[in-house]
Design a protein around this ligand. Structure first.
Ligand SMILES: O=C(O)CCC(=O)C(=O)O
Length: 263
C-alpha cells in the first residue's frame, strides 16, 4: 500500500488521457541524482537492460512513492516493471532523432503500459532534450512519413530539472533535439506494464468527477476532469477529428474506473 497523498487525482488522470504525459519531480535523497549521473558519465559501454545492475541506485528512483503513485494510479496496484530498460546517452554534437512512436499505435482504449523517462541531471535546451508532442498518443501516421516531419506546433522539449521522471503514453510521438552542448545527455528509459484490468479506480477518485456541467465558453480553461476530457485539444484539431479522440479518451477513462464502455 502507498499513502493516498502520492496518488493522482481525477484532473491529473484526465490531463494524462488528453495530453499523453505526466511529469513528476520526486523528492529523491540528496546526492542520488549526482551519483547516478557520475556513474553514467563514467560508462564506456551501454549495458542495455542490465543498466539497473550496473547502476543499482536507479531502483531508488523506481521505488520512490511519487513514482509509484503515478504508476499505481495509471496501471493499477499490481503494475510491473518491465525487464527492458535503456540508457539513452546523447553525445555532444549528436543530431536530432526523428519523430516516432515506440508502439504500433492501435488507438487502443486500455492504458496497459507506460514509458518512464528519468533524467539524472538538469537538461537544457541545447543538450538534446527528448521532445514530445502532447495529444498525439491516439493518432496514426505512417512511420516513414512521420519521420519526415520537422517542427510540430505544440511540441514540448523536456528541458527539465535533475531527477525529473516523465511518464508518457506508449504511443506518444517523440524524438529528440540535437545536442549542441559540450556534455553527454543522460536519460534512462523504463517500461511499465499493467498486469490486471481495473475493477475500481486506483487513484484519488471522486465519483462525481465528470458531473460538472459542460462549459462551452471556457473550453481551453477547463479545470475539472469532465470538461478537460471533453474539450482538451492540445493539437488544435478540427471538431470532426476531435470527436474521435474524445471517444477514445472517454473509453480509456471508463476502463480505468472499471467500467468498460459500450462503444
Ligand atoms: O533519447 C531520447 O531522449 C529519446 C529516445 C527515444 O526516443 C527512443 O528510444 O525511442
Amino acid at each position: 500500500m502507498i499513502s493516498a497523498e502520492y496518488l493522482l487525482n481525477d484532473v491529473d488522470v484526465a490531463r494524462f488521457l488528453v495530453n499523453g504525459y505526466h511529469v513528476v519531480e520526486p523528492d529523491l535523497p540528496a546526492g542520488l541524482n549526482e551519483r547516478i549521473a557520475d556513474r553514467l558519465d563514467a560508462l564506456t559501454a551501454n549495458p542495455g537492460d542490465a543498466i539497473t545492475e550496473t547502476v543499482p541506485e536507479l531502483w531508488q528512483v523506481l521505488e520512490h512513492p511519487q513514482v509509484r503513485g503515478v504508476l499505481i494510479s495509471l496501471l493499477g496496484e499490481d503494475y510491473s516493471v518491465n525487464s527492458h530498460r535503456h540508457w539513452h546517452c546523447k553525445l555532444p554534437g549528436s543530431g536530432f532523432m526523428q519523430w516516432h512512436q515506440d508502439s504500433t499505435n492501435d488507438r487502443g482504449t486500455q492504458i496497459d503500459r507506460l514509458l518512464g523517462l528519468y533524467y539524472p541531471h538538469t537538461i537544457t535546451a541545447d543538450m538534446g532534450p527528448t521532445v514530445i508532442v502532447p495529444g498525439t498518443q491516439f493518432r496514426n501516421a505512417p512511420t516513414d512519413r512521420m519521420a519526415t516531419y520537422t517542427n510540430i506546433r505544440g511540441q514540448v522539449p523536456l528541458a527539465v530539472a535533475a531527477g525529473t521522471v516523465a511518464f508518457t503514453h506508449y504511443d506518444l510521438w517523440h524524438g529528440t533535439a540535437s545536442n549542441s552542448s559540450s556534455v553527454k545527455r543522460h536519460m534512462i528509459k523504463f517500461l511499465f506494464n499493467r498486469t490486471s484490468e481495473n475493477s475500481v479506480p486506483t487513484w484519488n477518485h471522486d465519483p462525481d468527477a465528470l458531473n460538472r456541467p459542460r462549459d462551452w465558453n471556457a473550453r481551453d480553461k477547463a479545470e475539472d476532469a469532465g470538461n478537460i476530457l471533453s474539450f482538451g485539444n492540445p493539437l488544435g484539431v478540427s471538431q470532426s477529428d476531435h470527436y474521435k479522440e474524445r471517444t477514445i479518451r472517454r473509453a480509456c477513462w471508463d476502463e480505468l474506473i472499471g467500467q468498460k464502455s459500450a462503444s
